[in-house]
Ligand binder design. Sequence first.
Ligand code: V47
Ligand code: SF4
Length: 363
Amino acid sequence: MKLLKNDYYENIGIGDIHAKVLAGERLSREDGIRLFDCPEPLAIGSLAHQVRTRMHGDKAFYVINQHINYTNICVNGCVFCAYQREEGQAGGFVLSIDEALAKIDSSLTPREIHIVGGCHPKLGLKYFEELLNAIKVRIPNVVLKCFTAVEIAHFAKIEETTTINVLLRLNKAGLDMLAGGGAEIFNPYIREQICPRKSTAKEWLAIHEEAHQLGMKTNCTMLFGHIESHEDRIDHLVRLRESQDRGGGYTCFIPLPFLTENSQLSIEKPLTGLEELRTIAISRLMLDNISHIKAYWVMLGVKQAQAALKFGADDFDGTVVEEKIGHEAGATSEQGLSRTELEEMITGCGCTPVERDGFFNEI
Ligand code: V47
Ligand code: SF4
């Protein structure tokens, strides 16, 4: 990709931000907001691409992985969520341990298994310990990236213990990393409207920082394109960046565009494709201390995920196999992709596919 000339950035009013990016200097909150206001999304994409290329060259990572959603019954009832069911409601499910284990595709030999679910009112830690143990017996080297901080807070509540204890017990049972979900948007006024019963931003950040103190890695996310403002997005990214400065345990950031189908949250203006790409690019530029930005093809769609690899993202996630949260909300992507398909998607947009494990070690 040809780089745009310096005077181009001057002419569109972001010459100083371009200079900071070239010098590897941290962008301020105000810089981030100006990047949203800038009339040229391609210029923002080009800046993010320079950073992504400096960090990873033309590599785009992927992983042979599998998602397992153990239940959709959840006490939180977030307004945006199309996946959740109440206990006893039609369509609700809870997988038994055997059913969850039977989901594992043995022909795949996954390097990473991603397990998340709703906050079920009765599922206690024993269920999860047994599940994680059983998976590690079957596939000892797999990275278990499971549970959002919101689930960890919920387990602590129903077990009447601390979140540290929950993390320690699950870690002992085989948990390697926390998944990044549940962060949504940190602004408490927005949270109050879209997920009033969920852990607060402070609690979410504290649980991730506890995991980091225990030596565990975690991912982080941002749900955007609903009722939040650009300022809320930048504030969210800055709080993640500050949290990373304190602990350093975030491996990857996943920007999640809000999918509107079957959701009770009505929004004024749906996201455009360019707004999604701009937000991904600004995430790359603001999160100077988080190594990887994921183009999560499930939510973005594969073509937009390919474009995202030129707008600051460097990871294409993986084979996934079966996904429910985005698909209940209208994701039109496949349920899973094969290794060949992933590699073709990546080479198709001029990047070099690199297989990784769950910790982002190259294979
Ligand atoms: O926390 C729910 C989001 C998240 C919708 O850690 C929605 O590697 C869009 O966090 N439209 C779960 N998003 C998914 C997630 C994730 C996915 C892949 C990898 C990783 C990782 C994490 O999905 C939830 C919520 O923020 N979500 N409903 C919706 N309608
Ligand atoms: Fe429950 Fe997660 Fe859906 Fe919220 S987003 S209702 S916590 S499953």
